[in-house]
Design a protein around this ligand. Structure first.
Ligand SMILES: *[C@@H]1O[C@H](CO)[C@@H](O)[C@H](O)[C@H]1NC(C)=O
Ligand SMILES: *[C@@H]1O[C@H](CO)[C@@H](O)[C@H](O)[C@H]1NC(C)=O
Ligand SMILES: *[C@@H]1O[C@H](CO)[C@@H](O)[C@H](O)[C@H]1NC(C)=O
Ligand SMILES: *[C@@H]1O[C@H](CO)[C@@H](O)[C@H](O)[C@H]1NC(C)=O
Ligand SMILES: *[C@@H]1O[C@H](CO)[C@@H](O)[C@H](O)[C@H]1NC(C)=O
Ligand SMILES: *[C@@H]1O[C@H](CO)[C@@H](O)[C@H](O)[C@H]1NC(C)=O
Ligand SMILES: *[C@@H]1O[C@H](CO)[C@@H](O)[C@H](O)[C@H]1NC(C)=O
Ligand SMILES: *[C@@H]1O[C@H](CO)[C@@H](O)[C@H](O)[C@H]1NC(C)=O
Ligand SMILES: *[C@@H]1O[C@H](CO)[C@@H](O)[C@H](O)[C@H]1NC(C)=O
Ligand SMILES: *[C@@H]1O[C@H](CO)[C@@H](O)[C@H](O)[C@H]1NC(C)=O
Ligand SMILES: *[C@@H]1O[C@H](CO)[C@@H](O)[C@H](O)[C@H]1NC(C)=O
Ligand SMILES: *[C@@H]1O[C@H](CO)[C@@H](O)[C@H](O)[C@H]1NC(C)=O
Length: 729
């Protein structure tokens, strides 16, 4: 009791912005219990075991490197443009004009008269697989020929990812000798550090290769492997030996693909030779016979040609151990292991592995792509509407510094978003959708007509505001003011005054979150209407907090938005609908599928949006029941299940909330990769992991606007222990 009061006092007085160690739960054994292990050679041909730092990640096969499988090495900064179609520049792209409430509005949609540049803009730039690093067998004669390792060469394989230190340990036997491998990534530089130990190394019979694929714009999805390994003549590499800086040897490989140039800096600790395999981009690092058994290698990928300052393998190992220990011991934590209830343990496993994988894949300088840094989906680009599901959980878990790394995207993209709105005759800033780091939104019918990314800025800003210490609030208000003002200006001018109904309509044309309705007749989708209202209400409150005048248009539109549309369910109850006037809402199989974003109006959206003058609770309860009854969950994937779960949590239905989190259509594989959806989103589909962490945070830490102290919403008999959570909105 005394300890509890002390913690409460500390929380009340210390600035709340920095993550703190809470230290009530002994976290390490819980984390380590879920260390992924793999024990067969081809454990999984779909997903690697990964190490990384949020901006850079390395996908390893069973050898701890990319020996057998060319899993990927991806970063936030590695991008490539294919050459433009002949006689064309991006300025040749003009998009399409669609009638929009009586006027022609230009949308960035592929223009059939401009097929070349339309497709080029969709597929460029694309994310680069920086290179492959693996083991090779050598003849051991000092200048030996290399021999590729195959599955059949390996036996007694054993691999474990130590989550607590971000280290992969792999052991295997090859040619009768054991090889032990440690694989780590530096938290600061984009450096892979490898420690390998074997008599084969001291005999010069085992070495390393580095290889480079060409980056191509041919495939929308490149999973599980990224890049074209057969286009040797389309790109160039060269090798130069470098100042060793205390290492035994060092080299730099320059890789040029068209306009893209980046560097690989290598350092090793034992006498070795490095050479190019003629006619390829494959480099072989051959340890000399007579070395010690322990070989250390660092491989730094960088857009910069100057030698990196990072230290050797030992120093990187301590830096990684330190970074990960801090990551695990600060911020929030949930312990569901008090009972051995299988569902509780599975949710714990998914949570721990998601915490790991999101720090590896989704804590970079840009919003994450759906597949993080594991493989390429949508050419490696990221989606502004998915940013919330990927990343908002960092705030509830008290890890705001990891979100801050990418949140600057709203400042960077503001100018081009203002231009987008202006070109279409709207005020303010219209946020794009499928983006590269320059902020260009890829041409696409859906891309140009989706709108639910627009209010996300209010969600992020309001969450930050609610979490901040009072003394920081002024800074938060100012930081977001311009972004929110521009966003709200667009939202007010986008809403269309309907002379006959005397309300403001959203659309047409538009696509709702489920992207499966006819855009020229989709009007007033329930989720988008509620989210628009939340955004405008927050914009108004923000100005009031800043003591600034509130633009009339915001108040006017917020107060006169179309009501949430309803229809009768097959059992005659009034329910909300996907959009206004949709035929056969609950009986058309093409409607009761895909993202059930209807449920987000309660589960995801904050208190004001749940107020009785916006949302009728009787109708909403009937809607939730009808979704549970009629929806085709086989067709749902990723964040759908956390969204449904959050809705059930808020409605107080714990069993349903837990059920959604372990729905058979919501799977995480042996290393915690969130399984995608056949034909829609390859594995990993990380919005599922981000959503899971947000749902768990909601169950553990509750939400704003509750009048009594929140008691965790996990089943009572699980005896869940939670600490350090911030309420979600
Ligand atoms: C490999 O991973 C995929 C997706 O991540 C999963 O569907 C499959 O079951 C896994 N296979 C094995 C053998 O673990
Ligand atoms: C690719 O080309 C576009 C359009 O010219 C440009 O904005 C972008 O910076 C280029 N990116 C890379 C990585 O070259
Ligand atoms: C583009 O121009 C080059 C050089 O004139 C030519 O070799 C190539 O076939 C052209 N490509 C296309 C797609 O027309
Ligand atoms: C692209 O625009 C330039 C300049 O207006 C023009 O000369 C060129 O023919 C256009 N290219 C195509 C493929 O239409
Ligand atoms: C929507 O209307 C525009 C004309 O404003 C038309 O060009 C387009 O093909 C229509 N789209 C669909 C999907 O019907
Ligand atoms: C080794 O594998 C690489 C990549 O698959 C291939 O290009 C190369 O020809 C192989 N080398 C040998 C000696 O088989
Ligand atoms: C290596 O390649 C880069 C890029 O193509 C080039 O600028 C550089 O001069 C080359 N260096 C050597 C030593 O060939
Ligand atoms: C595990 O917990 C859930 C939720 O409380 C419960 O429904 C289920 O029966 C439990 N399983 C076992 C084996 O006790
Ligand atoms: C006004 O709303 C009604 C009912 O939703 C709709 O049928 C009509 O098309 C709307 N008017 C305009 C001009 O969009
Ligand atoms: C707004 O005005 C109130 C009352 O004068 C003051 O306490 C508060 O600090 C002001 N807020 C800001 C952001 O300036
Ligand atoms: C909510 O909807 C129900 C069912 O249509 C209706 O009977 C009730 O009056 C509504 N409540 C409010 C507060 O509007
Ligand atoms: C449900 O969705 C799955 C996957 O898209 C589909 O194969 C199946 O036919 C759908 N079921 C119904 C009843 O429409």
């Amino acid at each position: 009791m005394f300890q509890f009061i002390l913690i409460a006092l500390l929380c009340a007085t210390a600035p709340l912005a920095t993550a703190k160690s809470h230290g009530k739960i002994i976290r390490k054994p819980i984390i380590s219990r879920f260390n992924p292990t793999r024990r067969i050679v081809s454990s999984n041909n779909t997903t690697p075991i990964q190490v990384g730092n949020g901006n850079f990640a390395f996908g390893a096969d069973i050898t701890g490197l990319q020996t057998l499988q060319p899993f990927n090495t991806l970063s936030s900064w590695g991008w490539h443009n294919s050459s433009l179609p002949n006689n064309t520049t991006p300025a040749n792209f003009t998009g399409l004009d669609w009638w929009t409430h009586g006027r022609l509005v230009n949308y960035d949609q592929p223009n059939p008269a401009e097929p070349g540049i339309s497709q080029w803009l969709i597929a460029n730039p694309h994310r680069v697989n920086l290179g492959r690093v693996g083991f090779v067998l050598l003849r051991g004669d000092g200048h030996g020929t290399e021999i590729n390792v195959t599955e059949h060469d390996l036996s007694s394989v054993m691999q474990e990812l130590d989550l607590y230190s971000g280290t992969v340990r792999s052991v295997f036997t090859i040619k009768g000798a054991q090889v032990q491998v440690t694989t780590i990534v530096d938290p600061e530089t984009d450096t892979l550090a490898v420690k390998a130990s074997s008599t084969l190394l001291s005999k010069g019979q085992l070495g390393f290769f580095l290889d480079y694929p060409y980056a191509t714009d041919k495939n929308k999805f490149e999973a599980p492997y990224v890049g074209d390994w057969n286009a040797v003549n389309k790109h160039k590499t060269n090798l130069s030996l470098e100042n060793t800086n205390g290492a035994h040897g060092a080299a730099k490989i320059t890789h040029q693909m068209d306009e893209t140039i980046y560097y690989t800096h290598l350092r090793w600790n034992e006498q070795s030779q490095i050479k190019l395999v003629t006619g390829t981009h494959r480099y072989i690092l051959q340890p000399h016979p007579g070395n010690s058994e322990a070989f250390e290698l660092t491989v730094t990928f960088s857009p910069s040609g100057s030698s990196p300052s990072n230290a050797g393998v030992g120093a990187i190992q301590s830096a990684s151990a330190h970074w990960w220990k801090n990551y695990w011991e600060t911020g929030a934590f949930v312990d569901l292991t008090a009972t051995e209830n299988a569902t509780a343990i599975e949710i714990q496993r998914r949570t721990i592995l998601s915490q790991y994988l999101l720090a590896v894949n989704e804590a970079g300088g840009d919003p994450p792509q759906e597949s993080g840094l594991a493989n390429n989906g949508w050419y490696g680009k990221f989606h502004m509407e998915m940013y919330l599901w990927h990343s908002v959980h960092w705030l509830a878990w008290d890890k705001s510094s990891l979100l801050e790394r990418s949140l600057g995207v709203y400042n960077r993209f503001l100018e081009s978003s203002i231009e987008r709105a202006e070109n279409q005759g709207y005020d303010g800033a219209r946020w794009g959708k499928m983006s590269d780091p320059t902020g260009r939104s890829a041409p696409g019918e859906i891309n140009s007509l989706l709108i639910w990314q627009q209010p996300h800025v209010f969600y992020f800003a309001e969450t930050e505001y609610q979490h901040e210490d009072i003394s920081q609030r002024k800074a938060i208000l100012q930081k977001w003011d311009d972004i929110l003002t521009q966003s709200a200006d667009f939202m007010a001018s986008f809403a269309f005054w309907n002379e006959s109904t005397h309300v403001y309509d959203l659309g047409p044309p538009m696509y709702p979150a489920s992207e499966n309705t006819p855009p020229n007749s989709t009007t007033n989708p329930t989720f988008e209407l509620a989210y628009w209202r939340f955004g405008l209400d927050t914009a108004i409150t923000w100005k009031q907090r800043l003591n600034q005048s509130v633009p009339e248009a915001w108040i006017n539109v917020a107060e006169h938005l179309a009501p949430l549309p309803t229809t009768k369910s097959p059992t005659g109850e009034e329910t909300y609908t996907l959009y206004e006037g949709i035929p056969n809402m609950w009986t058309d199989p093409e409607t009761v599928m895909d993202h059930p974003a209807l449920t987000a109006i309660y589960g995801l959206l904050p208190a004001p949006s749940r107020a009785p003058d916006i949302l009728n609770h009787t109708i909403f309860a009937a809607t939730t029941a009808e979704v549970a009854r009629a929806w085709n969950f086989t067709d749902c994937w990723g964040w759908d299940f956390p969204m449904l779960s959050m809705n059930s949590v808020r409605l107080g239905d714990v069993d349903a909330a837990i059920g959604y989190l372990v729905d058979p259509n919501f799977q995480f594989d042996d290393v915690g990769m969130p399984v995608g959806s056949e034909g829609k989103a390859p594995t990993p589909y990380f919005p599922g992991s981000g959503g899971l962490l947000q749902a768990v945070a909601m169950m553990a830490g509750g939400w704003g606007g509750q009048d009594k102290e929140f008691v965790s919403a996990f089943p009572e008999d699980w005896m869940a222990k939670v600490e350090g959570f911030r309420p979600v909105l």
